[in-house]
Design a protein around this ligand. Structure first.
Ligand SMILES: [Zn+2]
Length: 122
């Protein structure tokens, strides 16, 4: 995955983490930084602030979550770590590419759809 793409997911992950923690100041910070980037080189970004704030996102967010909030938080932290290492977007099980559609729905997922299904069936 390209670096600007990863950074967009990083923002998204940080936003979800802030929402989970009820951390309003971080949410505001991410929103501000995001709007500060508008007009510069944001065209290549797959995720826009409008999208993040949309009902759609809220819905995905609610549907995609959450049995255990703590588990989700640790998945988010792990995903942020993978972004730092440049390994984000790669399945930790089979090292296959995780499709962006899946990452957009569950940005903190560590595995591709195939591996997730295998894990569920066991
Ligand atoms: Zn996989």
């Amino acid at each position: 995955m390209k670096k600007p793409d990863m950074l967009a997911y990083k923002d998204k992950l940080q936003l979800i983490r802030a929402q989970l923690r009820g951390d309003v100041s971080t949410m505001a910070e991410v929103a501000l930084r995001k709007s500060g980037m508008e007009g510069s080189d944001s065209n290549g970004m797959p995720i826009h602030m409008a999208e993040l704030g949309s009902d759609n996102f809220e819905q995905e967010f609610t549907l995609g979550l959450i049995e255990a909030e703590e588990d989700t938080l640790s998945l988010i932290d792990a995903a942020l770590e993978r972004i730092e290492q440049g390994a984000y977007g790669k399945c930790v099980q089979c090292e296959g590419v995780i499709p962006k559609a899946r990452l957009n729905a569950i940005p903190y997922t560590p595995v591709c759809i195939k591996c997730a299904e295998q894990m569920e069936n066991h």
